[in-house]
Design a protein around this ligand. Structure first.
Ligand code: SF4
Length: 202
């Protein structure tokens, strides 16, 4: 019987894509349930977590839009909902008025503490996997994330370590590290926060 590897690959990728879509829908439904308990949508919770975990100077409307793969207008709508709920506020950059920084209010911080429980349901599902499936899943998902990043579908924020722009410990004192992308010295604490501009060393 004639065996066409190209056709086989096409069939496998089609059924894998379908499985991924089903998983994405199931995760969306789990997230919606959990977010509803906080009176928020999943993407609003994503926004709060993005603001909390990302370095202050990188927390802008533009970087948030990129992190969720949405347009600027959509990101603004999501963020305005959080402003109306009193969970975040916006600050116009004093350096460039086109840049809007985002910050959590005290109420937003209080909610972040409660959100520690958010995502547990999905974690429970993952925990029920057989030990032998973990490595395969990690490797497969890692490869998929990398391709989606390369093709511009996904932004993964990471701390400075391992970034091509990071120059660690080049001076002594409170700001020992340097980023040659933003041309700024950084405290050690700031270098540990997530940055959406992280560019992996090759
Ligand atoms: S060194 Fe990399 S990760 Fe750190 S602030 Fe600069 S661009 Fe972001």
């Amino acid at each position: 019987m004639f065996f066409d590897p190209k056709l086989r690959k096409q069939n496998r990728s089609a059924s894998l894509s379908m499985a991924l879509l089903r998983v994405a829908q199931a995760i969306k439904s789990i997230n919606q349930d959990e977010s509803g308990a906080f009176g928020l949508s999943p993407v609003q919770i994503q926004a709060l977590q993005f603001i909390h975990h990302t370095r202050d100077d990188m927390v802008t409307v533009k970087t948030f839009a990129a992190s969720i793969g949405a347009s600027h207008v959509t990101a603004v709508k999501i963020l305005n909902g959080l402003v109306q709920k009193g969970l975040i506020y916006k600050i116009t950059s004093s350096v460039d008025r086109r840049i809007t920084h985002l910050r959590l209010t005290n109420e937003g911080f209080a909610l972040i503490v409660k959100l520690n429980q958010w995502g547990n349901r999905l974690q429970d599902v993952v925990q029920s996997l057989e030990e032998s499936s973990y490595e395969k899943l990690e490797a497969g998902l890692g490869a998929l994330v990398k391709i989606m990043q390369q093709q511009g579908y996904l932004v993964v924020a990471e701390p400075c370590l391992g970034c091509v722009h990071f120059k660690p410990n080049i001076v002594q004192g409170e700001y020992p590290h340097y980023c040659d992308l933003i041309e700024k010295y950084l405290t050690h604490e700031a270098s540990l926060k997530e940055c959406p501009e992280h560019t992996y060393l090759r």
